[in-house]
Design a protein around this ligand. Structure first.
Ligand code: HEM
Ligand code: HEM
Length: 232
């Protein structure tokens, strides 16, 4: 895939600056709208969980987790479900819009983790976690980033499938059955949420480490001073 690249003179220093168009607007739009939807889905989901904080019979199992009300959305079970099932549509719509765009534009090559990326994961992990040498950057995302993003997208799909299974367990009984029944589907749904939150924690640490330029690229689309040579 060819990238749009421009060179301009910095008004401040007069030096020549290169910028590459990394994130087209459909990706940015769905990224930020989905982030808002995910915030509401998590808060309202946890309020729902507060109403029955257990995955077994309520008695005698002890509450699994006493989630504080201050970090939950909806106020009570009914309110939380209304938030959850309203934002669910935004969450699904932005997800489908993102996937549709990626597939139709061919832009998915930038983000999708493929077998060819496997070899690059360990050198990158060694660099991040064991202070090893930094492997040279060759494209917008390094193999570890692609692995993380592709896993997050997979978790997004799983959150919808497990969610639908517990939302309409009669109509989608086959889906609940595939997940080991309604009660296990509830547990999968809950665990998928923690998987997404775990990804988000790592994602935010990386965003902070990679700095302002990188953050701005997800707002404007353009990344200045790319650390790889874009194919133009
Ligand atoms: C299309 C997507 C989704 C649908 C249809 C859906 C549907 C539901 C339903 C019906 C419940 C109530 C389950 C029960 O009776 O206990 C629920 C609970 C919950 N949801 Fe979702 N959900 C979706 C996405 C998400 C997402 C994206 C998250 C967070 C990342 C999330 C987090 C939770 C949590 C924490 C609970 C409480 C777990 C429980 O007590 O069962 N959901 N969801
Ligand atoms: C406030 C929260 C967030 C911030 C500040 C943020 C920031 C960013 C930035 C700066 C990038 C571009 C990285 C680069 O060019 O190297 C990015 C990409 C990405 N982020 Fe986030 N993000 C946030 C929340 C999320 C959430 C909640 C998810 C999903 C669970 C997510 C999933 C992704 C994915 C999949 C990409 C790659 C998109 C693509 O190129 O197709 N982000 N994010």
């Amino acid at each position: 895939m060819q990238a749009e690249v421009v060179e301009f003179e910095s008004a401040k220093t007069g030096e020549s600056v290169q910028a590459v168009y990394e994130h087209p607007w459909p990706v940015r739009f769905s990224h930020w709208l989905n982030t808002i939807a995910l915030f509401v889905m998590t808060g309202s989901g946890l309020q729902t969980f507060r109403a029955f904080p257990s995955f077994g019979a309520k008695i005698p199992q002890k509450d699994l987790l006493n989630w504080p009300k201050a970090f939950a959305i909806g106020g009570w079970l009914g309110g939380a479900l209304q938030w959850h099932l309203t934002f669910m549509w935004i969450y699904i719509a932005t997800g489908l819009f993102y996937l549709g765009y990626q597939i139709c534009s061919g832009h998915y090559c930038q983000v999708l983790f493929l077998p060819g990326d496997i070899g690059g994961v360990w050198p990158m992990a060694r660099h991040y976690f064991l202070f090893g040498p930094k492997p040279p950057a060759t494209e917008a995302y390094n193999p570890l980033q692609k692995l993380a993003y592709t896993s997050a997208l997979g978790l997004g799909v799983l959150s919808v499938l497990t969610g639908v299974a517990i939302w309409k367990p009669i109509q989608f009984s086959w889906l609940a059955w595939l997940m080991g029944g309604f009660h296990l589907a509830r547990l999968w749904h809950f665990l998928v949420m923690w998987g997404i939150l775990f990804f988000l924690l790592g994602h935010l640490v990386m965003v902070v480490l990679h700095g302002w330029n990188n953050f701005m690229s997800m707002l404007t689309g353009w990344k200045t001073h790319p650390d790889y040579t874009p194919r133009s």
